[in-house]
Design a protein around this ligand. Structure first.
Ligand code: IMP
Ligand code: MG
Length: 181
């Protein structure tokens, strides 16, 4: 698996350091409010569990799996593959994402959770690729781990064809790996 990686973009140490900082910022913002922290499966799973380990305040966990199709704000739709199991009405919700790319998924997910009665919804994303943003998307993440260039990345939850999610760092694949499939 390691042999397929051309370059490590964000090391395990860098990730762990930044995750602790983000958790600290969230603790300061949410202390005393018992937020519902939503993991957007599957890409966020590593980030989510590491983040929560550093958030020693009362909170609730919930999980969701979504995909978006269609373009931008109008005409785009969100497909819920796996639904939340708790009621978020009146709750302060924190969405934990792996990466914000076009931004279409979050642009549909945040309004959906607000429509369900969430008191507030904020977005924490480990990675942000602002250069890839759909011009129709005006929403910005509230907390960002690392801003990256327009490169396809894998590891620490992120996949290529469902593989590489278990790498402890964020890396860029060798071009020949794509050529094989
Ligand atoms: P969106 O384009 O912002 O809606 O992002 C949708 C999803 O695409 C993300 O949550 C990721 O699961 C996936 N994605 C976007 N960029 C990458 C990447 O570089 N590597 C792996 N998955 C990605
Ligand atoms: Mg994702």
């Amino acid at each position: 698996m390691k042999n397929d990686i051309r370059e490590i973009l964000v090391s395990e140490e860098q990730i762990q350091g930044r995750v602790a900082e983000l958790a600290q910022a969230l603790v300061e913002e949410y202390d005393g409010r018992t937020p519902t922290v939503v993991c957007v499966l599957k890409g966020s799973v590593m980030f989510y569990t590491d983040l929560l380990r550093h958030m020693q305040i009362p909170l609730r966990l919930d999980f969701m799996s979504v995909s978006s199709y269609g373009a931008g704000t109008t005409g785009g739709a969100i497909h819920i593959r796996q639904e939340l199991t708790t009621d978020i009405s009146g709750k302060d919700v924190i969405i934990v994402e792996d990466i914000m790319d076009s931004g279409r998924t979050l642009n549909l997910l945040k309004p959906l959770l607000l429509k369900r009665g969430a008191k507030s919804v904020k977005i924490v994303t480990l990675l942000d690729k602002p250069s890839r943003r759909d011009p129709a998307v005006t929403l910005e993440p509230d907390y960002v781990g690392f801003v990256i260039e327009d490169e396809f990345v894998v590891g620490y939850g992120l996949d290529y064809a469902e593989q590489y999610r278990n790498l402890p760092y964020i890396g860029i694949l060798k071009p020949e790996v794509y050529a094989k499939s």
